[in-house]
Ligand binder design. Structure first.
Ligand code: 1CP
Length: 349
């Protein structure tokens, strides 16, 4: 099979699920699977000295992307990078200092927006794209490589505040005070995301995920203009250049609008742990895959509680296209053996 199909698409079970096939047992990967719960990640990060150096040094980004694949044989690898490399490339100066969250130069008005690049300077992301090529070349044929970006609203929330904030208040205030500014910022991020995701696909990403991690902070009336519309524009823009592109949309905190997120053209919808999975999948059209939902706290706890939670996800997803994953990123205190236990149970389904 692989001989007839050098890209190995047929062997890549996540890609088959994203194409609407109910592969069973479901393929598995974990959000933030390359990260601080892994001793080998901590060692590489300490050697690198800074998080941005890890992101922008192709050999290091490749190494940490591959670490969880070597340890667990996940069905998917996700590029080690961050959603904030896009504002960084635009000129907003991303850094992550020890013990603090991410920091950017805040963009709060038209003048500060006009000081950024008018479109994504892709050459500034050349090391990331180089990492994508190296990772694809190093991965087993059956492992799906996922690229990603943040959804415009989620990225804008960091850009306006210059940092993470609990309820995205600075960005919500900006949207209210100056809707024209917010529209222009979102539009820049839509165009940048299309270029960035297409470049990742051209470098070897098999599929891409759009993280709307702060979707839940939006009041109802802003979901369409600031989240659904921009995501639909990215999906359409990517498919103009790559008609078959497989795209996962993760609208965290938006259990109320899952069918609307599916209508953006997404191949798959990520489901957070606060959503009832059976009800969520009932809201999706049959050809649209689902992903996620296992509570990261239960993975942290492990034991029989973990087994029961894994079974509950499997029961709700049985018979439909589903990618096994968490409802959000893995918690850094998670024991490595709990991840092995979870994968073994999924694969025995
Ligand atoms: O080593 C460290 O201390 C850095 C911690 C860290 C890591 C491991 C950050 C800083 N980013 C990452 C990697 C990362 N970020 C990946 C890699 C691939 C993976 O294994 O999943 C991905 C996909 C992201 C995406 C990302 N960055 C999101 C969306 C996903 C999510 O978690 O909701 C968000 C919101 C960010 C911003 C960000 N970057 C880092 C942190 C700690 C944060 C969140 C900060 C906050 O909101 O306060």
């Amino acid at each position: 099979m692989v001989a007839d199909n050098p890209r190995g698409d047929e062997a890549r079970t996540i890609l088959r699920v994203l194409g609407g096939e109910a592969v069973w047992p479901p393929p598995v990967w974990v959000m933030r699977q390359a990260g601080r719960y892994l001793p080998e990640y901590l060692a590489t990060r300490a050697e690198a000295g800074s998080f941005t150096k890890l992101c922008y040094t192709p050999a290091l980004a490749t190494e940490v992307t591959l670490q969880p694949i070597r340890r667990y044989g996940f069905d998917g690898a996700i590029l080690f990078s961050d959603i904030l490399v896009v504002p960084d490339a635009l000129g907003a100066e991303f850094r992550l200092d020890a013990g603090e969250g991410p920091r950017l130069r805040p963009v709060t008005n038209r003048a500060e927006l006009d000081a950024l690049a008018p479109g994504l300077p892709l050459e500034r992301l050349a090391p990331v794209l180089d990492a994508v090529r190296r990772i694809r070349a190093a991965l087993p044929a059956e492992t799906t490589l996922l690229g990603f970006c943040g959804a415009p609203w989620t990225v804008a929330a960091y850009m306006v505040a210059g940092r993470g904030t609990p309820e995205q208040r600075p960005a919500l205030d900006a949207a209210e005070r100056d809707p024209g500014f917010m529209r222009a910022l979102i539009d820049l991020l839509v165009r940048s995301s299309v270029d960035y995701l297409c470049a990742q696909i051209e470098a070897g990403a098999d599929a891409v995920q759009i993280f709307e991690s702060h979707g839940g902070a939006l009041p109802d009336q802003l979901v369409e203009p600031l989240s659904l519309g921009p995501i639909a524009a990215i999906v359409a823009g990517v498919r103009t250049r790559h008609p078959g592109a497989r795209i996962i949309v993760f609208p965290r905190g938006r259990a109320d609008r899952l069918a609307d997120y599916a209508a953006t053209g997404a191949s798959c919808i990520g489901i957070d742990q606060h959503t009832d999975l059976a009800r969520a999948v009932a809201a999706l059209p049959p050809g649209v895959a689902s992903q996620g939902n296992l509570d990261p706290e239960v993975l942290l706890a492990g034991g029989e509680a973990l087994d029961r939670a894994v079974d509950a996800v499997l029961d709700a997803a049985r018979g439909r296209p589903h990618v096994f994953n968490l409802g959000h990123g893995i918690i850094k205190e998670t024991p490595v053996e709990n991840v092995a236990r979870m994968i073994a149970r999924v694969r025995a389904a």
